[in-house]
Design a protein around this ligand. Structure first.
Ligand SMILES: Cc1cc2nc3c(=O)[nH]c(=O)nc-3n(C[C@H](O)[C@H](O)[C@H](O)COP(=O)(O)OP(=O)(O)OC[C@H]3O[C@@H](n4cnc5c(N)ncnc54)[C@H](O)[C@@H]3O)c2cc1C
Length: 320
């Protein structure tokens, strides 16, 4: 993550990636939540994140006046932020000088003497010394075509997009209710809002349908994870006759330990760069660099904590 963030900061100096360090603000409204935040800040400082602030409710309301009166404490890090992933992807593609064949679906692998030598597509094979599966949620079914059973679970995740919202301060941080994980941030002249709903794994999908219940769960003030719980202006948004929104959905591709699978597999000539478990934008640069180093041999398997055949311990779902 650190490697990716340094890269984004450096690239932003030359190309506008829409990178904004507007901070992440985690807000607790219960005493239990406030204690957990306190413990987390101590842990984060011990991990080297020395610029995380722990602030009490009154101070949080002074600095972020839109917060509700029952906020007990807040955890804030100004250095956190977001960018436009599409701008990043297109800039990386442009700067790489590589050739891209878009819209060409891989349907299988070219095998020669027990080694993968390329991929099969509907419009003919593509020969390659090494093939890297980086197909996001569809990595599992693709790997199966080569006889590999990857430990991946795909879970639907939504994003609510509200294009125009006069109530949202454009300089606001990502504002997250600690107890529920429901959060929003300014985007354009509106906002994006998300919630990591408890959802069962489902088969990998290319075209992921959306459910209006997701939007209502964030917008309806009566919901148990309503955005209005910590930020009252969301009540006005809900009752406004001008409210317009749309939904996008994709799938998180989870590994049991929520870390990606990076590097060569048991099938010679076939490697992985997948399983980012919901952190594939922030992990993209550091992760892909490690995947490449593992393929070229610069990173030895013993030194690669993300090698696909590592023993894995299950970890809880993340809040975001
Ligand atoms: C709602 C939502 C919010 C998110 N928010 C964040 C966030 O705030 N921060 C963050 O870091 N991450 C976030 N993520 C996660 C992030 O989007 C993913 O981790 C990341 O996109 C994974 O990148 P990837 O390149 O591994 O896979 P993908 O982005 O899924 O790319 C895989 C590509 O492979 C192609 N493909 C699949 N099968 C084939 C085939 N057979 N032949 C050819 N091509 C194929 C697909 O078309 C696709 O273009 C979010 C995800 C969702 C759904």
């Amino acid at each position: 993550m650190r490697e990716s963030i340094d890269f984004f900061d450096e690239l932003q100096q030359r190309v506008d990636l829409g990178l904004r360090h507007q901070g992440y603000l985690f807000v607790a409204r219960t005493d239990d939540g406030a204690r957990a935040q306190q413990a987390l800040v101590q842990a984060q400082r011990s991990w080297g994140l020395t610029d995380v602030e722990l602030i009490d409710g009154a101070e949080a309301r002074r600095r972020f006046p839109y917060l509700s009166g029952d906020v007990v404490n807040a955890r804030f890090r100004q250095g956190d932020g977001w960018l436009e992933p599409r701008r990043l992807a297109l800039e990386l593609a442009r700067a790489s000088g590589a050739r891209f064949d878009t819209g060409r679906t891989v349907t299988g692998f070219v095998l020669h003497e027990g080694r993968v030598r390329g991929v099969a597509t509907a419009t003919g094979p593509v020969v390659a010394e090494t093939v890297v599966i980086a197909a996001g949620p569809l990595s599992g079914p693709l790997a199966k075509l080569a006889g590999l059973d990857l430990p991946l679970a795909t879970v639907r995740r939504h994003k609510l997009i509200i294009p125009d919202l006069p109530q949202v301060p454009s300089r606001a941080p990502m504002t997250i209710e600690f107890e529920t994980g429901a959060h929003w941030r300014p985007a354009g002249s509106g906002a994006h809002a998300l919630w990591t709903a408890p959802a069962p794994p489902e088969p990998p999908l290319d075209d992921v349908p959306t459910s209006a219940a997701f939007a209502f769960g964030l917008l309806n003030p009566a919901s148990d994870h309503a955005l209005a719980r910590i930020v009252p202006f969301w009540k006005e948004v809900w009752s406004s006759s001008r409210l317009q929104w749309w939904l996008q959905a994709g799938q998180y591709t989870y590994t049991p330990d929520r870390r990606p699978l990076l590097g060569p597999t048991a099938v010679p000539g076939l490697a992985l760069n997948t399983g980012y478990s919901g952190h594939g934008i922030m992990g993209s640069i550091g992760g892909s660099r490690r995947a490449v180093d593992a393929v070229t041999g610069r990173l030895k398997p013993a030194d690669n904590p993300f090698r696909p055949d590592r023993p894995m311990q299950s970890r809880e779902f993340d809040i975001l």
